[in-house]
Design a protein around this ligand. Structure first.
Ligand SMILES: [Fe+2]
Length: 441
């Protein structure tokens, strides 16, 4: 009987429970509606936070990817493969060098190349022997060229019985294009001093590669912090450039800095030429080594600047790591540690030659910020903001610079038949400086 009463009571209560549920839901819905602006604000803030941090999360994930891959290669946990796909370096007007690295020794490795429009003319190198750095780093270097005509070129790395390891292509301009309208502008992006700033360098390379498909890259030195550190060459230098598909399409014009200077002149991961020159269409590029105070470099530079190959070009451009005119550095290092004297010969001996022979543009790094100025008709630029810790302290005033930007950055250069357009971009992708060089100005 007691159970029946309880059952009936429960039945009688059920509508009340429904009413209470409906009441609670209605009440909370009203409360929610009353606070809809607050909820919308919270929702907006969550989305905003996610979007603003997305870049950071993306960079962290990318960095972890680089380091993990390097770790797996170093411990022999990955099969025989390319741990570095080919990095292309300009070595003169008609030749470039491909540098790649495996974690194993391969038989009968060669590089071959051909102009894309000519099917049957394949140029093939001799068998290439690796440079064995340790049991997971085998570096190969192969020369592509001489290339005498403008166009698109395909290259392949092969081993054993013509087994293709990888192929890619690049565009080359050893002479002034026949059809300027279809070829110009030649696109270049420029960096210097990424050093240990992997996250910044990664973001800059990503931003640069999204804005343009460069034909060439300029690196004005200090691509790593420590020359002998293999991990830095892999994760801090190679990986960002390769991750955004630059290394195997855009040959690098590289000027060595003090951090990537090899006193043994081996230069496993960059070009092993200290000073050199080359022509790209209507521009002459002269690359100097501010690590080497040697009268032979002075004599070479003087000959080079006065030569018809240089004087006949519309634009004469010098790349040298230490700027002739530096203004920002650590004051203690600059004065007490005498670092003001590093590469002093670039100012005292090279800059007068730039003036004498009408150099249009000098591109340098070393100082970790951005400066642009002009002296005796030569534009001097400092672009050392690709990742290293920024320099804020003024140590000199040469009274030639009128633009100073203390921020990380990269450069976009467009070579046209009659002008050069220069734009400096900050980490957020905004233009922080720009100028034009006109032919004959
Ligand atoms: Fe430097």
């Amino acid at each position: 009987m007691e159970n029946l009463d309880y059952y009936n009571a429960a039945i009688n209560e059920r509508p009340n429970i429904y009413k209470r549920v409906i009441h609670v839901l209605t009440f909370n819905t009203r409360r929610l509606l009353k606070r809809r602006f607050f909820i919308a604000l919270v929702f907006f803030l969550i989305i905003f936070q996610f979007l603003t941090m997305f870049q950071t999360y993306s960079v962290i994930i990318t960095n972890i990817k680089y380091k993990t891959r390097n770790y797996l290669y170093n411990h022999g946990w990955l099969p025989c493969s390319l741990r570095k796909e080919p990095i292309l370096y300009m070595i003169d007007t008609q030749k470039l060098m491909a540098v790649w690295e495996t974690n194993c020794i391969l038989d009968n490795v060669r590089i071959q190349w051909y102009e894309k429009s000519i099917d049957n003319e394949i140029n093939r190198s001799d068998i290439l022997e690796p440079i064995e750095i340790d049991n997971s780093h085998y570096v190969y270097k192969g020369i592509i060229g001489p290339i005498t005509s403008n166009g698109y070129y395909e290259f392949e790395i092969i081993h054993s019985l013509y087994t293709k390891i990888i192929s890619s292509y690049f565009q080359f301009f050893p002479s002034i294009p026949d059809d300027p309208n279809s070829t110009y502008p030649i696109q270049i992006i420029a960096f210097a001093d990424n050093q240990f700033g992997l996250s910044v360098f990664n973001r800059l390379v990503q931003s640069a590669s999204q804005k343009t498909s460069p034909n060439f890259i300029i690196h004005a030195g200090d691509g790593v912090q420590e020359y002998n550190n293999l991990q830095q060459w892999q994760t801090d230098f190679y990986d960002p450039l390769a991750n955004y598909k630059l290394t195997k399409h855009a040959p690098i014009i590289y000027a060595h800095g003090n951090h990537d200077f090899d006193p043994k002149n081996l230069y496993n991961y960059t070009t092993d030429t200290s000073w050199y020159s080359l022509t790209i269409a209507n521009t002459r590029w002269i690359v100097l080594d501010s690590n080497i105070d040697d009268i032979n470099q002075d004599l070479w530079l003087s000959n080079e600047l006065s030569s018809p190959e240089t004087q006949n070009k519309d634009f004469k451009i010098v790349i040298v790591h230490i700027p002739p005119f530096m203004e920002f550095w650590d004051p203690i290092a600059w004065n007490e540690k005498k670092e003001k004297h590093w590469g002093e010969f670039v100012r005292t001996r090279f800059a007068p030659l730039f003036n004498k022979y009408g150099v249009d543009l000098v591109i340098s790094g070393h100082q970790h910020n951005y400066q642009r100025g002009q002296s005796n008709g030569t534009v001097y630029t400092i672009i050392g903001g690709a990742g290293g810790e920024l320099d804020f302290d003024r140590v000199e005033d040469w009274s030639i610079y009128n633009v100073v930007r203390k921020t990380h950055h990269y450069i976009s250069i467009e070579i046209w038949s009659d002008k050069i357009i220069w734009k400096a971009y900050n980490l957020e992708g905004f233009i922080i400086d720009s100028f034009e060089l006109r032919k004959g100005s």
